[in-house]
Design a protein around this ligand. Structure first.
Ligand code: SF4
Length: 274
């Protein structure tokens, strides 16, 4: 049976989730999937986010261990090879980040992608030095680039727990402002949102965004094996992923017109709550 026909109107807000989901989809035609293909040039990611799905998969398929995920190993084949023009937009990178250590190789790959006139969505938890260098090098090619900066909280304590080696909020915000002022297309991923009210963060970032803001929830929260001192973070995430809070977010996003896109991770959870 078609799940859409089976959904009830939410009693919390008298609010039809599927209607919003469908209108969200209409708004995001062509960008819903973010990109048509991905490119990566490292295995592992030094940010070592606790919710990382790429890490989970790498461990499952024995490409990495929980301990050495944070050690980024260059994928020389992907660095050395050529890249022709692909159909649609390319997301780079998706399973590692652009860090001081990986910057040079990432620029080699980016140059090849852009020389072939590919449209590239650069997804990163931005380090200011890296953004500065990318902006400098690709100044003449900015029409091929859109930055999508992942900024998930304004609270550095929360960031430090979930994304232990990723940049602070201030560094990510400075990177966004810089790229925007340099005339690049900018967008934000607030996925997973880590504050109860992600709109406090969004309102701060909004003046520097030329494209879109995406909100998603944490899918892979992990096990309850954390020491007592860490349990409050897991409890908090489960609280902010409650049906009531997700509904509040979906409803509030509507007042931002087309700027905010709700990820399927939120809609899928709300469907499961029905
Ligand atoms: S930045 Fe992305 S790839 Fe890197 S550890 Fe975090 S979630 Fe995983």
């Amino acid at each position: 049976m078609d799940i859409c026909n089976n959904l009830k109107i939410s009693t919390v807000f008298d609010y039809n989730i599927m209607a919003v989901k469908e209108s969200n989809r209409k708004i995001t035609i062509g960008t819903k999937e973010w990109a048509d293909s991905n490119v990566n040039c490292y295995l592992g990611c030094s940010n070592d986010c606790r919710y990382c799905y790429a890490k989970k998969m790498a461990i499952r398929f024995k490409r990495k261990t929980a301990k050495n995920w944070r050690i980024m190993v260059p994928n020389q084949k992907n660095i050395d090879k050529g890249y022709s023009k692909r159909k649609g937009r390319i997301m780079f990178p998706t399973s590692h980040d652009i860090t001081d250590a990986s910057l040079n190789n990432c620029i080699i790959v980016l140059k090849k992608l852009i020389r072939s006139k590919n449209e590239v969505l650069i997804t990163t938890k931005p380090r200011f030095n890296c953004v500065l260098e990318i902006c400098r090098i690709f100044q003449q090619y900015k029409r091929y680039i859109q930055f999508r900066f992942t900024i998930t909280s304004i609270n550095n304590k929360i960031l430090g727990f979930w994304e232990p080696s990723a940049p602070s909020f201030e560094e990510r915000f400075d990177s966004l402002k810089y790229a925007y002022k340099q005339g690049y297309k900018t967008s934000i991923s607030v996925e997973p949102f880590l504050d109860k009210d992600p709109f406090i963060l969004i309102d701060i970032l909004r003046p520097y965004i030329t494209e879109s803001i995406w909100i998603g929830k944490m899918n892979y929260i992990g096990h309850n094996i954390a020491p007592d001192i860490e349990k409050k973070y897991y409890t908090f995430i489960r609280e902010i992923n409650s049906k009531d809070n997700l509904l509040k977010i979906v409803k509030k996003a509507e007042s931002y017109n087309d700027l905010i896109r709700i990820k399927d991770s939120i809609f899928n959870s709300l469907e499961n709550y029905q």
